[in-house]
Design a protein around this ligand. Sequence first.
Ligand code: LRH
Ligand code: MN
Ligand code: MN
Length: 424
Amino acid sequence: MKIENNRIDELNHLELKAHRRKFDFVAEDIAALEDVMTKLAAFNVAIPSWALGTGGTRFGRFSGTGEPRSLEEKIEDVGIIHALNKSSNSISLHIPWDIPGDAANIKALASEHGLHFDAVNSNTFQDQKDQNLSYKFGSLHHVDKAVRKQAVEHNIEVIKYGDELGSKALSVWLADGSNFPGQLNFRHAFENTLESLREIYDALPADWKVWVEYKPYEPNFYSTTIGDWGQAYLLSTALGPKAQTLVDLGHHLQGANIEQIVSLLLMKDNLAGFHFNDSKYSDDDLTVGSINPYQLFLIFNELVEGMDSKGMDHATSIGWMIDASHNIKDPIEDLIQSVQAIKIAYSQALLVDKQALLTAQLNNDVVHAQEILQHAYRTDVRPLIAEASFRIGGALDPLKAYRSLGVRENLIRERGSRSVARGL
Ligand code: LRH
Ligand code: MN
Ligand code: MN
């Protein structure tokens, strides 16, 4: 199914008058309005192929209906999201969950929907059916060189798939770690990981990057070999300029100051990008902005300030990606909500009076500094996002449009109510 532009226009028309009133109200107080509009229109967040089916937990999975049955149908779903919000123009594949059989055709189909391919993700945290050696005790850090070699070769294969699709980055997340004290020599595990990553790094095409993702625990519960940003930073800086650290918001222990981590990685030119999600406990993979939207805003505040200080283009300098796995929502609705939440935090960060904040900081005026941040955070920026989307042909309210157009009902009609996507 494809959403025709005129359907979106019709729906926008119904909302336009109310929208104008709200937009004019908020726009009046924004000095750099057109700059904010341009930045919002250029901003896109990649959709992960594994988030288009209903996720599960280790206790069960309650599949949705009309889910995509193939990579082609996943591309179709991302096309739907992008048609509605004009902010999701790329898809990130997880291999081998989604193998592009005929890369040229897959690429052509994606571009019919205005999409391209973002980072490709390797998977050495599960054993595949026809695999020789097991990853039960890890992959790139494994004590056995033969297992490490197999995992390195998988990553190189993923690069090849990505290259055919026009991707420019390999995202590596390892489940490697240990469950019990004494199980692992930490130093050997780290050195083996570095050696394996070097072999992958050497196979990167000239204009590619490798993104090293960290996570403190799960599936291992005593140690994880790339457990935090320090370890990811050590590895990526040892590898070279094509390696950077990827921040998945759910991959921190409770209370971690993620915005400070982001600020310093950016300062060191080591921030690859994000896997956005939200969490109450740890790697909950909940809808972005559903639990702690203030933290998301504070992260974007550091991003905007840090990127501006280096003259970096917000939209293209780092990877913006969602990594969510919702087990009770319609996945497309969840993704639309997530992208909107990211755009809300981004626009609020754009509204922060950076000069006034710097002055307050230099004067140790703690109260005023807080007021400046919270003034921006408490601005209702939704009309700005609606306007930016409207100006480039998107829906004023993408979620409402998705429901009004009966998209899921159509997908169920096309795909059946029992279709189940592969993924987490
Ligand atoms: C690990 C992770 C990583 C994987 C994805 C499926 O928790 O965040 O990015 O590739 O989930
Ligand atoms: Mn992730
Ligand atoms: Mn995760």
